[in-house]
Design a protein around this ligand. Structure first.
Ligand code: NAD
Length: 493
C-alpha cells in the first residue's frame, strides 16, 4: 500500500501532524493507499510556497508566452499519461475506465486551450477627456488561488481551475476531496516534469474542516475557486466574505430535463438515460428531474424503463460495464436514504430501487439505476440534490407549466429541452433560469463554452475565455504626459 504525502514547493511533504487517511477502492471496498491528513500548518506551508513562486521565483519573471509553452507541455504529458491516471481514478473513485479516458483527454484539451490563451490576455488604452493623460488598464494575476474540489472528476477540476489560473499568472494550492486525492497528486508530479517552477502548483490533502478551512482563511490567499455542495459552498463563501476575498462557486443542481410529446422520443430516452445514469448519477449536471408532457408520459416512461433495465453494472475496468459503484460510503448511504424518502413521500418506483446482487458486483457500493414516477415537484426527491442514479418523473400539461416547474427549484445549473418545434425550443431555452441549457441533447460539453450556476448552483464561470477573468484583477493606470509639471492643486480636474 502506497503513502501519498502532500506536494508542496515541487516536492513531497509529509503531513506535519504525522497522520494519514485511508483511501478506498469502492468496487472492492478495500483500502488501497493512504493520503496525508493535512492541517493548518500544512496549508500555511503550501500558501507560502505559492506566494514565493508568484513574487520571487522564475514564474514571476516569465513572459506570458513562456507560461503558455510550459502549459502546452503539461497538456502533452497529461495526454501521454491518460491510461495510467485513468486506472488510478477507476481504483480510487470507481469511475468507468472508458469514461475516464475521454474525461482525461478533455482535461488535456483544457490545458491546451488555456496554454494558447496565456499570451492573449490584453489590457486597454482608454479614451478619456484629459488630453495630457495616458490612461490604460493592466490585467494582473489576482494572487494565490486556493482550489478546493469535489470527488467526482478530480483531474478535470484541476484543469478547469488551474489552467486558467496559470494562464493569468497565478499560483495555486489545490485541496482535492479526501475521497479521491491520488490522481491529483500523481498529476502534479507531471507538471514538474514539464518544467513548471516549484511552488506554482501545490496539492495538499485532508479533511475540509482541518485543511480546507485554514486555506480559505489564509491571509495570503486572494481567490477561492470551489467545486462542491451548496452547503459547504455557503460556509466557504461566508468565510471568504469576512476577508473580502474573491470566490467562485461551482455547486450542485436539480436539473430539469423537459420532454415534449412532439420530441424524437428515442433520442430523448437516450438523453435522459445518459443524463442521470452516466457516472452513476454522480454529476453536478445530472438531469434528475424529468418533466414529461402528460400526453406522452406513459409511453415515454415505458421506453425509459425498458432501456434502464438493460444497463450493465459491474467492474469499472470492464469495457462492457455501463454503470459503476457509488464512489464514497457516505454517498452510497445518502442515495439509499433518498430511495426510502421517495417511497415515504408517495412516489412510485418503476425501475431499480435496491442494492443489486450478483457475482460481478459482490461487495461493491452499487445502487440499481432507479426511476420514480408519480413525483410532484414539492417532494424532497424533486427538490434536493441526490447526486446518484435516481430519476424523478413529473408530468406537465403545456409549455407554460413546463417552464414554471423547471424554474421552481433552488438550483440553476443545467437544463434541457426536447421538442421538434423550433420556435418552442428557442422560447424554452430563453425562459429557463439556468447556467447551461441543452436543446435536443444532454451532457454536451465544449471547452470553449462557459459553465456555471445560478441561484444555489453557484457564482462564476468555468471553461472558455470567460474563466480566465476569475483569476485577473484590473488595474487602472493614468500617466501624465504633460511637458510642464502641473501646478499643485487640491481640486481634482
Ligand atoms: P463537499 O461540499 O462535501 O466537499 C467539497 C470539498 O470541500 C472537499 O474537498 C471537502 O474536503 C471540502 N470542504 C468541506 N468542508 C470544508 C470547509 N469547511 N472549508 C473548506 N473546504 C471544505 O462536496 P462533495 O460531496 O465532495 O461533492 C459533491 C458535490 O459537488 C455535489 O453537490 C455536486 O453537485 C457538486 N459538484 C459541482 C460541480 C459543478 O461544477 N458545479 C461539479 C461536480 C460536483
Amino acid at each position: 500500500m502506497k503513502d501519498y504525502p502532500h506536494w508542496i514547493d515541487g516536492a513531497e511533504h509529509a503531513p506535519s501532524g504525522g497522520q494519514w487517511i485511508d483511501t478506498v477502492d469502492p468496487f472492492r471496498n478495500e483500502t488501497w493507499a493512504r493520503i496525508a491528513r493535512g492541517n493548518a500548518q500544512d496549508a500555511d506551508a503550501a500558501v507560502k510556497a505559492a506566494k514565493g513562486a508568484m513574487t520571487t521565483g522564475p514564474w514571476a519573471k516569465m513572459s506570458a508566452t513562456q507560461r503558455g509553452k510550459l502549459m502546452l507541455r503539461i497538456a502533452e504529458l497529461l495526454r501521454e499519461n491518460v491510461e495510467r491516471l485513468a486506472e488510478i481514478e477507476v481504483r480510487d473513485n470507481g469511475k468507468l475506465m472508458a469514461e475516464m479516458r475521454g474525461q482525461l483527454n478533455f482535461a488535456a484539451d483544457l490545458w491546451h486551450f488555456y496554454a494558447g490563451l496565456a499570451d492573449k490576455i490584453e489590457g486597454s488604452v482608454m479614451p478619456i477627456e484629459k488630453p495630457d493623460i495616458l490612461a490604460m488598464t493592466f490585467r494582473e494575476p489576482v494572487g494565490v488561488v486556493a482550489a478546493i474540489t469535489a470527488w467526482n472528476v478530480p483531474v478535470n477540476f484541476f484543469a478547469q481551475k488551474c489552467a486558467p489560473a496559470l494562464a493569468a499568472g497565478c499560483a495555486v494550492v489545490v485541496k482535492p476531496s479526501e475521497f479521491s486525492s491520488v490522481s491529483s497528486l500523481e498529476f502534479v508530479r507531471l507538471t514538474k516534469e514539464a518544467g513548471l517552477p516549484d511552488g506554482v502548483l501545490n496539492v495538499v490533502t485532508g479533511f475540509g474542516h482541518e485543511i480546507g478551512a485554514p486555506l480559505v482563511e489564509h491571509v495570503d490567499v486572494a481567490q477561492i475557486s470551489f467545486t462542491g455542495s451548496d452547503v459547504t459552498g455557503a460556509r466557504i463563501y461566508e468565510a471568504a466574505a469576512r476577508h473580502m476575498k474573491r470566490a467562485a462557486m461551482e455547486l450542485g443542481g436539480k436539473s430539469p430535463n423537459i420532454v415534449f410529446a412532439d420530441a424524437d422520443l428515442d433520442a430523448a430516452v437516450s438523453g435522459a438515460v445518459s443524463g442521470i445514469f452516466g457516472a452513476s448519477g454522480q454529476m453536478c449536471t445530472a438531469g434528475s428531474r424529468l418533466l414529461v408532457q402528460n400526453s406522452a408520459k406513459e409511453e415515454f416512461t415505458q421506453r425509459l424503463v425498458a432501456v434502464t433495465r438493460t444497463i450493465r453494472l459491474g467492474d469499472p475496468m470492464d469495457p462492457e460495464t455501463q454503470m459503476g459503484p457509488i464512489s464514497t460510503r457516505p454517498q452510497f448511504e445518502k442515495v439509499l436514504n433518498y430511495i426510502k424518502i421517495a417511497h415515504e413521500d408517495g412516489a412510485r418506483c418503476v425501475a431499480g430501487g435496491k442494492i443489486p446482487q450478483g457475482p460481478s458486483i459482490q461487495g461493491g457500493q452499487f445502487v440499481e439505476p432507479t426511476i420514480f414516477t408519480d413525483v410532484s415537484n414539492d417532494m424532497r426527491i424533486a427538490r434536493e440534490e441526490v447526486f446518484g442514479p435516481i430519476l424523478s418523473i413529473i408530468g406537465f400539461e403545456d409549455e407554460d407549466e413546463a417552464i414554471r416547474l423547471a424554474n421552481d427549484t433552488n438550483y440553476g445549473l443545467a437544463a434541457a429541452v426536447w421538442t421538434s418545434d423550433i420556435g418552442r425550443l428557442i422560447r424554452v431555452c430563453r425562459a429557463l433560469q439556468s447556467g447551461v441549457v441543452w436543446g435536443n441533447t444532454y451532457r454536451t460539453y465544449c471547452l470553449t463554452m462557459p459553465v456555471g450556476g445560478r441561484k444555489l448552483s453557484g457564482i462564476g464561470r468555468e471553461f472558455g475565455i470567460e474563466a480566465v477573468g476569475e483569476f485577473l484583477e484590473t488595474k487602472s493606470v493614468m500617466i501624465s504626459t504633460a511637458r510642464a509639471s502641473p501646478t499643485a492643486s487640491f481640486v481634482p480636474r
